[in-house]
Design a protein around this ligand. Structure first.
Ligand code: IMP
Ligand code: MG
Length: 174
């Protein structure tokens, strides 16, 4: 069994401060009369999205999708919406927990672009830059982090730790 309290990488107060700043940036970039179509990538982004979106004083429509990599095709990721969600013509804001190799996000972005949103922005809480293999441009990034397996604030290790209020790290399972 894993330890109950992984080492702290980003404490709660730093998360709250940065998420608030990100919300301010997004708000500044969004006309007052615009409607944001926020698309939350499950499961990891659910905590980040809840905190972020509550700090954006704009009209927001929220949808969820789930992604998984396709083992037989290393450059691909599959995704599915939990409910129908209109993308065409909308001011889309994709909310994701972490950018690692970039495979999942780059695949997702090209599939979403094909559905012709009026604009497509991305908000990512964590950027694990040393691991990048695919180049992806993102609009709002919370923190750059080292190559560690991080958990908490929505992120998991084998489905545990999502409820930690901070970002911690665990040794990678052998
Ligand atoms: P990528 O396609 O390699 O960029 O993988 C991104 C996805 O891998 C994220 O959406 C997470 O679900 C997962 N992931 C990558 N690194 C971590 C980590 O350190 N902790 C938890 N999940 C991670
Ligand atoms: Mg994920």
């Amino acid at each position: 069994m894993r330890t109950l309290a992984p080492e702290i990488l980003i404490p709660e107060d730093a998360l709250a401060r940065r998420v608030r700043e990100m919300a301010e940036e997004i708000t500044r970039d969004t006309p007052e009369d615009a409607e944001i179509a926020a698309l939350v990538v499950l499961k990891g982004a659910f905590v980040f999205a809840a905190d972020l979106l509550r700090r954006i004083p704009r009209r927001v429509r929220i949808g969820f999708l789930e992604t998984h990599k396709v083992p037989s095709r290393p450059g691909a990721a599959d995704f599915a919406f939990t409910h129908p969600f209109r993308i065409e013509g909308s001011d889309l804001l994709l909310i994701e927990d972490i950018l690692d190799t970039g495979v999942t996000l780059s695949h997702l972005l090209s599939r979403l672009r094909a559905r012709r949103p009026a604009r497509l922005r991305t908000a990512i809480l964590l950027d694990k830059k040393p691991r990048r293999t695919v180049n992806v441009d993102v609009d709002y990034v919370g923190f750059e982090i080292p190559d560690k397996w991080v958990v908490g604030y929505g992120l998991d290790d084998d489905e545990t730790y999502r409820n930690l209020p901070y970002i911690g790290y665990v040794e990678e399972a052998s």
